[in-house]
Design a protein around this ligand. Structure first.
Ligand SMILES: C[S@@+](CC[C@H](N)C(=O)[O-])C[C@H]1O[C@@H](n2cnc3c(N)ncnc32)[C@H](O)[C@@H]1O
Length: 337
């Protein structure tokens, strides 16, 4: 019971409405020390550092998955977003079902919440593909003595996982992404899970948007802040609404999905004020819990092209998101002759 109280105490900083960077950083270090203590295993070994390479992206090695906790704003906004979604969905009629796809070794994003809600009100399915992370997760759950809670642990691939239609989750969480939705499996995981649930289930993040952006001239790399970026056009979105529009009669066949090609044309008059093209990532975790440009490693803009001076015409950027062993937003940039 001591550990439960300790986790509640240490993680309370995530629930403060104002961000106090020092307090947050201290809380995150303490949270990590508690988790590593419970886990009791060195993850910085070969088995822990190996990513799992799959035909639709990679799953992070255990050591790297554990490190995600240190991305302070990401961790704070996910925990707060999940908390708000729980508050919106919880009811006295039946227990809420939360599916957490890609827990890593600690189930980092849900542990601060498990002890804040009554065990009768929420049931959990914790899904993890990496066998080493899964083994550590089992140890952590067992050492936390959560037997009285309704927790199902599943060592499976969330891109193929079949949801039991009699036990549909109300909230589905997955943070399996890097900036620009490159390399990892966020998109195939959400496609698979979104195709199996009713419209009112909440996905966390609610929305991930990729845009073509521009960087203002005259700012050195070290000084770049959100205000120095200009969003030109959104070119890809992951959300229930965009993946499975309400008016769509046919279910998308997940295996053969092809995302729409988008073309962005930027006129030379506009380009004069900017010197770089970038891909911008923005995340709406849930409602007002949003991860803005550069707030987290997940929203660091990706540089794609220097904009030459004195262009004779427009720049055209053709983009299309593709799922492959290295998923990414593919792009082709055409500069004027
Ligand atoms: C970026 S880490 C995040 C860890 C933790 N949830 C957090 O937010 O701190 C992603 C985790 O998802 C797992 N994962 C990736 N692809 C998966 C898949 N297809 N099915 C289940 N788990 C997956 C990885 O093994 C890794 O543990």
């Amino acid at each position: 019971m001591g550990l439960h109280k300790e986790i509640i105490r240490v993680t309370s900083a995530y629930f403060d409405d104002e961000i106090d960077s020092l307090k947050l950083s201290k809380a995150s270090k303490e949270y990590r020390i508690i988790l590593e203590g419970i886990c009791g295993t060195n993850m910085n070994i070969e088995d822990g550092r190996i990513d799992i390479e799959l035909d639709n992206g990679k799953a992070l090695g255990t050591y790297w998955a554990a490190l995600c906790l240190d991305d302070l704003i990401r961790t704070r906004k996910f925990i707060r977003g999940i908390n708000k979604a729980i508050k919106d969905k919880i009811n006295s009629k039946k227990p809420l079902h939360i599916l957490y796809a890609g827990t890593g070794p600690f189930a980092t994003l849900i542990l601060p919440l498990i002890f804040r809600y009554s065990k009768q009100n929420i049931k959990y399915t914790l899904l993890e593909i990496n066998p080493f992370s899964f083994q550590l997760l089992k140890n952590v759950i067992s050492k936390l003595k959560l037997d009285a809670y309704d927790i199902t642990l599943v060592n499976n691939d969330a891109t193929k996982y079949k949801i039991d239609s009699k036990n549909e989750p109300d909230i589905i969480i997955s943070e399996t992404m890097q900036t620009a939705l490159a390399k990892e499996q966020q998109v195939p995981i959400f496609l698979n899970l979104m195709s199996q649930v009713k419209k009112d289930s909440i996905f966390i993040p609610e929305k991930i948007a990729l845009s073509i952006g521009l960087v203002k001239k005259g700012t050195s790399i070290n000084e770049l802040q959100a205000k120095h970026y200009y969003k030109e056009k959104k070119v890809f979105e992951v959300s229930k609404e965009s993946m499975f529009p309400a008016n769509q009669t046919e279910r998308v066949t997940i295996k053969k999905i092809t995302f729409e090609k988008k073309q962005t044309v930027i006129k030379k008059e506009k380009l004069a004020k900017y010197n770089q093209l970038v891909i911008i990532t923005e995340i709406q975790v849930y409602k007002d819990e949003k991860i803005h440009i550069s707030e987290s490693g997940l929203t660091t803009p990706i540089f794609i092209q220097d904009i030459p001076d004195n262009l004779s015409g427009s720049i055209i950027i053709d983009t299309q998101y593709k799922i492959s062993s290295n998923p990414k937003l593919e792009y082709k940039i055409t500069l004027p002759n």
